[in-house]
Design a protein around this ligand. Structure first.
Ligand SMILES: [Zn+2]
Length: 163
């Protein structure tokens, strides 16, 4: 999947995984990357990203782009606020947490960039991302959004209780 994304669960899970499992900036970033692919394997639905024409969305209007940018902005803002909140409520190293969050969202950032600028390294990345992503499913956006919020809440609660 490259036409859909959800930033917040990836950022928060990457942040907590990096803060718990690593002690070095590089491994923190890698932990975020790995957490992204593990989450993508779980069946879920995501909101559509209609920024660039694609086989799934061949006709993109200015309104589509504006709505997509608004949703991505809200999601990115929520991811940033929640990640900083995790830093506040835990004793995790803030640098590791932030690098884990960046690593957690980087696969989708590169995938969306690949949609805009389809050249060889990003084309390869899109194939890797799609390989690890769950296949399309019949989950509704509402139920999937609920599960994404639930997953994020579980990760934050676990970090708060055990750290
Ligand atoms: Zn992804």
């Amino acid at each position: 999947m490259v036409n859909n994304m959800v930033i917040t669960p990836h950022a928060v899970t990457g942040a907590v995984a990096a803060g718990i499992l690593t002690g070095h900036p590089l491994t923190a970033f890698v932990a975020g990357l790995v957490s992204h692919f593990l989450l993508d394997m779980i069946p879920h639905e995501e909101y559509p990203v209609k920024l660039f024409p694609s086989p799934e969305y061949p006709q993109i209007t200015t309104k589509d782009r504006a709505i997509s940018l608004l949703i991505i902005g809200i999601d990115a803002l929520a991811a940033s606020v929640i990640t900083l909140w995790v830093v506040q409520i835990t004793d995790l190293d803030p640098t590791l947490v932030l690098l884990g969050a960046v690593g957690g969202v980087m696969p989708d950032v590169l995938a969306v960039t690949g949609m805009a600028f389809p050249f060889l390294p990003l084309n390869w990345w899109l194939k890797v991302h799609t390989f690890f992503h769950c296949p399309p499913n019949n989950l509704t956006v509402a139920s999937s959004l609920f599960s994404q919020i639930g997953l994020t809440a579980v990760v934050i609660t676990a970090a708060y209780l055990f750290l």
